[in-house]
Ligand binder design. Structure first.
Ligand code: IFM
Length: 435
């Protein structure tokens, strides 16, 4: 009889959220300001009360425990903890202590992200990451926060998806601050890597046992054909989005296109683990009419399975769960243990997600069996929440949220995740989806 596919003992089965997407009532960060500008967010949505976690997350955290998970990744909201430059709010820290205490009480090991796309309005007004003292300001916040919470959490992510934050906000202009300036995008990534290195050093000084990483979004880039120009463009986009950051972590130097070899103090050796956020892949074709997109057209080939549509009608992405294996292999070049800090897809009716979930976890299992040091999975996300420029239109949750009534309903994929998490194993047979 075939054996269940077991994961290593102590494997973390988690879900992931971010402060602005679930807490509600965050008005003092640059995203809330962006949401107030007409036309920025699909259907005019705002995060609003989100999932109400600032008042109480108890119901959702209890559901996370009922799902059999043993970990949860959340982020802290800098604008709550430091509402004015240099002024810290003990009550906000108190609330985060309560949240972390609640998680631990439910048997969920917390992983805390310090910067997940949002920062205070006062930081933005000072020039955000372009300011000469941005790294110092961030490190001061990190020192305060980690010192206040480290007895409750030993897994820390400094910055979530530096490349996505910089490209969306400073190159494509679809996120705050709405800039379309390639040089600023590159400078922002460099500044975020400096901030990460300084934060990691601060965290390790507070307690050498704390584990620190950065969460990197890997979006696979495949050439649309064997034509040399398609291959060249796919390789270039792969470098910009995926490889340059991993190489910077490995070497401690800024690689093209973020820099020309400049060393970043403390970057090499800053991480104890690398966090990988994987969702999908693009096909890349040379397109002479697309100079703004660096002469590339990125698309999903006709006929490929796709997830829900974004505001412009294009899908969020191809459903390509087996790609997680390639993302793991790619991140392994840094030579550190890995956590899959986000995996998921938007699927309101949960038609595709169950098979995609099992196929994804099957691929993770194969990579572990092949010797990769993957220590846990944090599914994005626990409960439907505010999806940035897509507003409330892309539900990623294992739990569906009815915003009108506040009701929660565990989706079928939630029940499947629960079965795998509880068993710490995938079934040998059964629903295996597109594996
Ligand atoms: O919701 C986001 C999250 O904040 C960062 N990674 C991708 C998710 C889905 O788009």
């Amino acid at each position: 009889m075939p054996e269940p596919r077991r994961f290593p003992p102590g494997f973390l089965w988690g879900t992931a959220t971010a402060a602005h997407q679930v807490e509600g009532g965050n008005q003092q960060n640059q995203w809330a300001q962006w949401e107030r500008q007409p036309g920025r967010i699909r259907a005019g949505d705002t995060a609003g009360d989100a999932c109400g976690w600032w008042r109480s997350a108890s119901r959702d955290l209890a559901l996370a425990a009922e799902l059999g998970t043993n970990a949860h990744r959340l982020s802290v909201e800098w604008s709550r903890i430091e509402p004015a430059d240099g002024r810290f709010d003990a009550a906000a820290i108190g609330r985060y202590r309560e949240l972390l205490g609640e998680l631990r009480g439910l048997g969920l090991r917390p992983m805390v992200t310090l910067h997940h796309f949002t920062h205070p309005l006062w930081f933005e007004a000072r020039g955000a990451w372009a300011a000469a003292d941005a790294v110092e300001r961030f490190t001061r916040f990190v020192n305060y926060t980690v010192a206040a919470l480290c007895d409750l959490c030993d897994l820390w992510v400094t910055i979530n998806e530096p490349t996505i934050f910089a490209l969306q906000g400073y190159l494509l202009g679809v996120w705050p601050p709405g800039r379309r300036a390639p040089a600023e995008a590159v400078a922002t990534i460099a500044a975020l890597l400096r901030a990460h290195a300084a934060a990691a050093d601060a965290i390790h000084r507070i307690d050498g046992n704390l584990q620190v990483g950065l969460a990197h979004h890997i979006r696979l880039m495949d050439p649309a054909s064997r034509r040399p120009l398609d291959r060249l463009l796919a390789a270039l986009h792969d470098r910009v989005l995926n490889l340059a950051l991993l190489d910077a972590l490995r070497t401690g130097h800024l690689a093209l296109p973020y820099g020309v070899g400049q060393r970043i103090t403390g970057l090499r050796g800053s991480c104890d683990f690398v966090g990988v956020n994987y969702y999908t892949r693009d096909h890349v074709a040379f397109d002479s009419r697309a100079p703004r997109a660096f002469f590339a057209r990125r698309f999903v080939p006709p006929g490929a399975p796709v997830s829900a549509a974004t505001h412009d009608g294009t899908p969020y992405g191809e459903v390509y769960p087996q790609g997680v294996a390639r993302a793991i292999a790619m991140a392994a070049r840094v030579g550190l243990p890995l956590y899959l800090t986000e995996l998921g897809m938007p699927d309101a009716d949960d038609v595709q997600r169950p098979a995609m979930l099992l196929a994804t976890l099957g691929a993770v299992h194969r990579m572990i069996a092949a010797g990769h040091d993957v220590r846990g999975v944090f599914w994005w996300t626990l409960v439907d929440n505010f999806e940035w420029a897509e507003g409330w239109q892309l539900p990623f949750g294992l739990i569906a949220l009815d915003r009108a009534s506040g009701a929660r309903r565990v989706r079928r994929s939630g029940a499947l995740y629960a079965a795998v998490a509880r068993a710490n194993a995938l079934p040998a047979t059964g629903e295996r989806g597109a594996e």
